[in-house]
Design a protein around this ligand. Structure first.
Ligand SMILES: [Zn+2]
Length: 238
């Protein structure tokens, strides 16, 4: 395969040695099978409309093949692409959203995983072009503020990727609602990006329900900052 094996960001094994590229690819192929199942389990996707990708080394990523049902997805079906979306290894055509994923990896070097879904409640907000306001502590924790809206963009080419990157660069949120379309999330790993997609749908649903009861109460900006910092730096197992 390619030069990514010598990348300074190539993953390292437990002994600190760089993990061979083939081993990284094999592990991430398996991770992607599990993570696509997670999209179904969490009710984020119907039919084949959703995809997860994972960066490999610095210059490559693995992504779901186009139009293959989640039940038929196997580790070997995932397509290895370069950061311009050209296939490096794989017999299937990559997802029709590959250009958007590639643009994100090309422009956001810290991103290790990208997810795209049309999950129902989040996409309902996207259809109105309205950001989900930060009215839940869970939103402050995970998103550090509102979940922003990105521009309307047609599929194919770099327009979707450009809209995702331009929107997320100005926010702490790992999720963006692309207007009239759906959700894109990023993470340091594919698993983190899936988590952001699950949380995005969950809070979009809760805030929608709250809206039916009246006007949700905003959380003061200073408290959002405190919650976000605590969750990102202190919460969980260390
Ligand atoms: Zn889509």
């Amino acid at each position: 395969m390619t030069t990514a094996a010598s990348s300074p960001t190539a993953p390292r094994g437990h002994d600190g040695a760089a993990e061979p590229l083939d081993a990284v690819v094999a592990r991430l192929r398996q991770d992607l099978v599990v993570l696509h199942r997670e999209l179904i389990r969490s009710g984020l996707v119907v039919w084949t409309a959703g995809n997860v990708s994972a960066r490999v080394g610095r210059d490559l990523f693995l992504i779901k093949p186009s139009g293959v049902g989640y039940d038929e997805l196997a580790a070997e079906s995932m397509v290895l692409c370069d950061l311009y979306g050209d296939v490096v290894d794989g017999t299937l055509t990559p997802s029709s959203d590959t250009a958007a994923h590639a643009y994100v990896y090309r422009h956001l070097p810290q991103v290790g995983g990208v997810v795209h879904t049309h999950s129902t409640y989040a996409t309902a907000w996207a259809a109105r072009g309205e950001a989900v306001p930060c009215v839940l502590t869970a939103m402050a924790d995970e998103f550090g503020g509102e979940i922003p809206v990105g521009p309307f963009a047609l599929i194919g080419g770099d327009d979707i990727g450009r809209g995702i990157v331009a929107t997320l660069k100005g926010h702490r949120s790992p999720a963006v609602l692309m207007q009239n379309h759906g959700v894109f999330t990023i993470g340091s790993s594919a698993r983190d990006a899936v988590k952001a997609a699950v949380m995005c749908e969950d809070v979009a649903r809760t805030v929608h329900l709250s809206r039916q009861l009246g006007e949700p109460l905003p959380i003061p900006a200073a408290d959002v900052d405190t919650l976000h910092s605590r969750y990102q730096n202190v919460y969980g197992q260390h």
